[in-house]
Write a protein of this length. Structure first.
Length: 483
């Protein structure tokens, strides 16, 4: 007579049932045919009321920014692409057709043209996934990915319409950046920084802006820290210096660099006694790209140092983002620091969501040491996923509540108050804390699976920490007056 088989012991904290971790976790459901509300769109009704809110979509739209629609001369539109990969496509674009919009409308009037551009990003998911490991090894985007970004006009999102760009407004842009980061951290950074360089087209003199941003493959790389000097010369400056973190360095068609203005060998001071800083735009031939980029995360962003030695730059190719813009659109009148903070916060939200996605996949087969069942069966893991999703939902809603009123004010021709602008920065740093805690809580139970360089979840974790090292997320900004 055979022995009775032993009953398999369930590990502590496990629960029965076929559901994997977090299938009903807050902010982590997958519902076909629904789309997230763009950050900053519509009137704010409080973070608690807006967390995780979604809305139904309409059918094919009339707007000329939808995928596949013809673009007017000199202005790119997102081309129609094939079906995106369901494995990596953000929830906010599944099953959604482009909205009906007035012809030529971006979100200047507060109605964001979001879904077509988010769909354009998400259609690149298979391409990004195929080349993500190679981009990390090469420390730059794969050429096929770079070509696709040019082809689909994503580097032209913030280029003024007058110079062949889309001039997409901030709320819609944040949704695009979030979706890109959810595909891959380095890809998200490349999209946001590549699009962000187009903002300078609103501050350069029009003739110079047309020359810089006219080419179809126009891409600006540069650095915000004033790492060089601009010595005054007749009609311009002589520029020298070295700058760090010029993302996209090897693909750039133009470099920008902030310089301290000098006159007769001494820094020029403004009325308040601060050094005058001015940005210059120079061609690649004037720049030496230095092989310095070897970080723990965001490795595939080509963010090397750059140097310029004694280059003469004429006045039209200099600018300051703190001067009145040459373009009238709200994108160029919105406070520069707030636009940077909101953009990087959107990347945090997307990258943290990617962390949740990848952990969920890992948990299906990861059996912790000393246990007999995978993480996907454990109630504690469900709890952590639900809490992580809730943190991100609340942070996203708070960012939208901060961006929405300030954007509406600028779009209506006004100037947001210093207090309301400061709320954008605080909300951005709230996103940073939420992303760090959300993914960190999952790293705690993932164990050593996060350590290999080839681990997708480990890569998302490293990318997130590289992103959080950016100065806009420093808690010191909330402890000292904004500058």
């Amino acid at each position: 007579m055979g022995r009775r088989p032993r009953r398999r012991r369930r590990p502590p904290g496990a629960r029965t049932g076929p559901r994997g971790p977090g299938r009903r976790a807050a902010g982590h459901t997958r519902r076909a045919g629904r789309t997230c509300r763009p950050l900053g769109a519509g009137s704010g009704t409080g973070a608690g009321a807006r967390a995780g809110r979604s809305r139904r979509g309409g059918g094919a739209g009339r707007g000329d920014l939808r995928p596949g629609a013809p673009s007017p001369p000199g202005r790119p539109g997102p081309p129609g692409a094939g079906q995106p990969s369901r494995a990596l496509v953000p929830d906010l674009v599944r099953g959604r057709g482009p909205p009906a919009l007035p012809k030529g409308d971006t979100d200047h009037g507060g109605v964001p043209v979001t879904e077509p551009w988010v769909g354009t990003v998400s259609s690149l998911a298979p391409l990004v996934e195929r080349h993500v490991a190679e981009a990390e090894r090469a420390r730059r985007p794969h050429p096929e990915v770079s070509a696709a970004l040019v082809e689909r006009g994503l580097f032209k999102l913030w280029v003024p319409r007058d110079h062949g760009g889309t001039e997409l407004g901030l709320p819609a842009s944040l949704a695009v950046f979030e979706a890109a980061a959810r595909l891959d951290g380095s890809f998200g950074w490349t999209v946001a920084i590549g699009a962000g360089g187009g903002l300078f087209g609103g501050f350069l003199e029009p003739t110079a802006a047309a020359e810089v941003f006219g080419p179809r493959d126009a891409l600006v790389a540069g650095s915000g820290a004033p790492g060089g000097t601009a010595d005054e010369r007749a009609g311009g400056y002589r520029v020298s210096g070295r700058w760090r973190f010029a993302s996209g360095a090897h693909a750039a068609t133009c470099f920008t660099a902030n310089c301290v203005v000098h006159r007769r060998g001494e820094p020029v001071l403004d009325a308040s006694g601060r050094r005058v800083v001015r940005a210059v735009a120079v061609p690649p031939a004037a720049v030496e790209v230095l092989d310095t980029w070897d970080p723990i995360g965001l490795r595939g962003t080509d963010s090397h140092d750059m140097a310029i030695a004694g280059r003469d730059v004429t006045l039209p190719f200099t600018f300051s983002v703190f001067d009145p813009p040459h373009q009238p659109g709200p994108l160029y009148r919105y406070p520069f620091m707030a636009i940077a903070e909101a953009s990087f916060a959107a990347l945090v939200l997307g990258l943290a969501r990617r962390g949740l996605d990848l952990f969920t996949a890992l948990a299906e087969h990861k059996v912790p040491y000393g246990f007999e069942a995978p993480l996907a069966t454990m109630a504690e893991v469900d709890r952590r996923l639900a809490e992580a999703g809730g943190r991100l939902d609340a942070a996203r809603a708070a960012l939208g509540d901060a961006v929405g009123p300030t954007w509406a004010t600028v779009a209506a021709g006004g100037v947001p108050s210093a207090a309301s602008t400061a709320l954008v920065g605080r909300a951005a740093r709230g996103c940073a804390r939420a992303g760090d805690r959300a993914v960190g809580a999952l790293v705690e139970v993932a164990g050593m699976s996060v350590l290999p360089m080839a681990s997708p979840f480990g890569r998302a974790w490293r990318d997130l920490h590289a992103l959080l090292a950016h100065g806009v997320f420093s808690p010191l900004r909330d402890a000292t007056p904004e500058t």
